[in-house]
Design a protein around this ligand. Structure first.
Ligand code: FAD
Length: 321
């Protein structure tokens, strides 16, 4: 019998997150012969309905109300619990984002079900759904199946194909009481500059301690802007005060999986590799031919980044013009 899949969608700055579209596309496959439904939260959700409906949920639930204008654990958790109890899905999917990481374990705990987080592949084998996720800081992958109960997983961004497919929409007015919400959002302070979201960027130009100064990051930003990408950093660069910790990639920073990762003046410490080694193509630029980053790089350039990056920029601008 076909499965019923519930996809919990997420928006950022008034736009659906790319990982939500990836989750819908995974949901389409897993619900073959069954049904996929999705849920959106927030007063501005109506604007997203057109986009979501392209990805084929049989039904889209829209949880309305000012309480959902910004993420709060209390409001989203209560609404999600109520929705799961109404929909009774066999499978729940959502993005492994900051919100996903906060909401998913609490939802699993409230529902008394298991959770597999940060999945990078979902396969179907011998009638079972197999979830694959990195372990040991990305050095190995484990495949897990649920023996019973609702299958619940969060998905890592940029790891799944998106497929459009055409849905019914149902509005759900949900008004939690003032006592229900224990947090109040007064102001959202953004740590990183506006631009391409690092965790969903297809191209990342990243700098390390070798960039030597905040000023040195300008040339990386120029290359990233030219390629439509985002700028990332190693912890070495963040600790040295060259850039904000919101840009840090690695074990204690963001985990990214872009199509192209250009590492400039980054040695390739294990903690940095934990955040980027699953990038589809890695280009490393480093003065030291023995730098460990070359062991994971698809293309290595031994040289001074301040000579190489402007040359790359020049050549790319010829192609992209
Ligand atoms: P360095 O190791 O100093 O490397 C600088 C590189 O730049 C060198 O290889 C050098 O050859 C090269 N270079 C210098 N000048 C130039 C030039 N002009 N052109 C080209 N190349 C040049 N690190 C992270 O990145 N992310 C994390 O999330 C993270 N989490 C950590 C968690 C823990 C618990 C610990 C203990 C450490 C963590 N670290 C993390 C730190 C990590 O161990 C390294 O110290 C850090 O990644 C080093 O940063 P780096 O490569 O920029 O600096």
């Amino acid at each position: 019998m076909g499965k019923k899949v519930l996809v919990i969608l997420e928006t950022k700055d008034g736009k659906l997150r790319h990982v939500s579209l990836e989750a819908l596309s995974v949901g389409q496959t897993l619900s073959a012969g069954g049904q996929m439904v999705a849920v959106l939260f927030g007063p501005d959700s109506a604007a997203q309905v057109g986009e979501v409906s392209k990805y084929g949920p049989a039904k889209l639930y829209v949880v309305e109300g000012e309480a959902f204008a910004s993420y709060t654990t209390d409001a989203f958790l209560q609404a999600a619990v109520q929705l799961v109890q109404t929909v009774e899905p066999d499978i729940i999917l959502l993005g492994h984002t900051a919100i996903g990481k906060d909401l998913a374990p609490r939802l699993a705990s409230r529902l008394g079900i298991g959770l597999l987080s940060d999945c990078t592949r979902v396969l179907q084998r011998d009638g079972q759904i197999v979830f694959e996720r990195p372990i040991y800081a990305g050095k190995a992958f484990q495949q897990r199946v649920f023996q019973e109960g609702t299958l619940f997983a969060t998905l890592r961004s940029n790891n799944f194909e998106t497929n459009e497919q055409p849905c019914d929409t149902e509005l759900i007015p949900f008004q939690p009481t003032v006592q229900d919400i224990r947090t109040t959002i007064r102001q959202i302070v953004r740590k990183t500059a506006q631009g391409v979201d690092l965790s969903e960027a297809k191209i990342i130009v990243s700098g390390g301690r070798g960039v030597k100064s905040a000023e040195g990051f300008k040339v990386l930003k120029e290359l990233a802007d030219l390629l439509g990408g985002a700028v990332g950093a190693s912890r070495g660069a963040c600790d040295a005060g060259y850039c904000d910790y919101g840009m840090q990639i690695g074990q204690t920073g963001k985990v990214v999986t872009p199509d192209l990762y250009i590492a400039c003046g980054i040695s390739g410490a294990i903690q940095h590799l934990a955040g980027m080694s699953n990038s589809k193509c890695i280009v490393a630029i480093n003065k030291d031919p023995e730098a460990p980053i070359f062991q994971v790089a698809d293309y290595g350039i031994v040289g001074d980044l301040f000579e190489v990056v402007p040359l790359l920029k020049e050549e790319f601008s010829k192609i992209l013009q």
